[in-house]
Design a protein around this ligand. Sequence first.
Ligand code: FES
Length: 227
Amino acid sequence: MADEPKTPVPESPPAPAVAKKAAAAKPAATAAAAGNDAKLAGRTTTAAARRPKKAPADDDTSPLMGRRGWMGLAWGAFTAANAGCLAATGRFMFPNVLNEPPQQFTVGFPDDYGIGVDERFKDTQGVWIVRTESDYTHEAPGFYALFSICTHLGCTPNWLSAENKFKCPCHGSGFRPTGINFEGPAPRPLERTRIALAEDGQILVDKGQKFQEELGGWADQDSFLQT
Ligand code: FES
C-alpha cells in the first residue's frame, strides 16, 4: 500500500516575533488617538454639552447624615438642654404648696348636739364630736372631739351605736365612747383634739393639738369643753 501524501502544516511564527509585532502596533494607536484629540481641541462636542454637570463634592464623610443634619441635631440638643435648665430654674420660683384642709373649724352650737357620739364631721374632718353628761377625766358634762384614727395601724374605726363602741374593721380593736381601748391589738386610747368655744358661740375644734390619755393629756382643760 502506497503512502498518502501529507498536507504541509504552516509553521507558526516564533513567539518573540508576535510580541515584536504588538509593540509596533501600540505606538501607532496612540498616535492616532493623539491626532483625534488635536482635531477636537477648542471645540465642544454635542455629547460634552449634553453631559450633566457634576454637583460640587460634599466633604461629609458620614454615609447616613450630611453636615447640615449634624449641625441641626447639635443645635436641637443645645436648645433642649437650655429649655430644661430654664424649666428647672422656674420650678424654684414656686414653692411647694399643700392645700390641706384647715386645722381649725367650727362644728355648730352646743345646743345642736344631743348626748352621745356625733358622726357629722367624721368623713370631712376625721373627728367625732362627743357630748357626755360626765366626762371620764373631768367628771363634768361637756364636749370632746376624738380623732377617727385607730391607734393600732391607723385604720378608720366605725361607730356601732347598738353596741355603744367604736370598732376598727382592720384588726378588730374596740374603743369605748370615751376613746379608751378595751379589745383587739390597739395599744392605747384614741386621741383627742383641742376643743373650745368660738367667739360666735360655736364649738371650735383644733386638730393642730392632740391629747393622749396615756400621757395625761386628757386632763388638759383644752381637751374638754365644759358646758
Ligand atoms: S388598725 Fe385598727 S385594729 Fe389594726
